[in-house]
Design a protein around this ligand. Sequence first.
Ligand SMILES: Nc1ncnc2c1ncn2[C@@H]1O[C@H](COP(=O)(O)OP(=O)(O)OP(=O)(O)O)[C@@H](O)[C@H]1O
Ligand SMILES: [Mg+2]
Length: 237
Amino acid sequence: MHPPHRLEIRGLTKRFGPVAAVTDVGFAVEPGRVTGFLGPNGSGKTTTLRMLLGLVEPDAGTALVNGLRYRELPDPARTVGAALEANNFHPGQTGRDHLRIYAAMIGSPDSRVDEVLSLTGIWDAAHRKTGGYSTGMRQRLNLATAMLGEPPVLVLDEPTNGLDPEGIAWLRRFLKEAAAEGRTVLVASHVLSEAAQLVDDVLVMHRGRLLAAAPLTELAAGTTLEDAFLNLTGALA
Ligand SMILES: Nc1ncnc2c1ncn2[C@@H]1O[C@H](COP(=O)(O)OP(=O)(O)OP(=O)(O)O)[C@@H](O)[C@H]1O
Ligand SMILES: [Mg+2]
């Protein structure tokens, strides 16, 4: 694996016509921690992640991975493992074939496919066509794909969608372990109660702006993350 990487976002801004999707957002994400990128629907989380991954051109600002823009990274697919929407699989392909093709594409050995299948607990479904996967199985295959290149950075968008409580407990262990291995883990979620179980640090988005950045224990000291969020947004009303 590449050495630990730090993410740095500075002054990111993006409008879609009349919609100010992201306005002057800046933060850093450190290795060895699970960082939650939290906020309600439409608050600008996915747009920020897409700018970080070079999928959307910002109107202003920069998103840097160890000091470089995504497009400038020498080995992007093996530096940043990304899992955005969990529905971009060819429905007629088995999970294993999907992983093998992606591994070949990014220059990871075939043996890594078996590793990520066990890592994400989808061994049993590996030979089934992804068109028949449940939502939870898709999430796991998405995570397996993100982990193929042994990336020092993981960027996950709503990875708890479709997971049952057991799946969320599993994801929690998975993310903790990834962070303990020195990875930088950024997880976007609109479900604060679930996110509170997963993360060490919290970035709070609201209407395209970053409202707070703090360790979870500090932000939600003596209260729940939901109440802390209501206090933050209530102060704006
Ligand atoms: N391609 C696009 N064209 C037009 N508007 C867009 C586009 N992408 C995002 N938006 C708008 O930008 C705003 C932020 O959307 P974004 O998807 O970043 O939010 P989010 O925080 O990820 O929400 P969710 O929790 O629902 O995933 C929304 O108002 C959305 O409608
Ligand atoms: Mg989103």
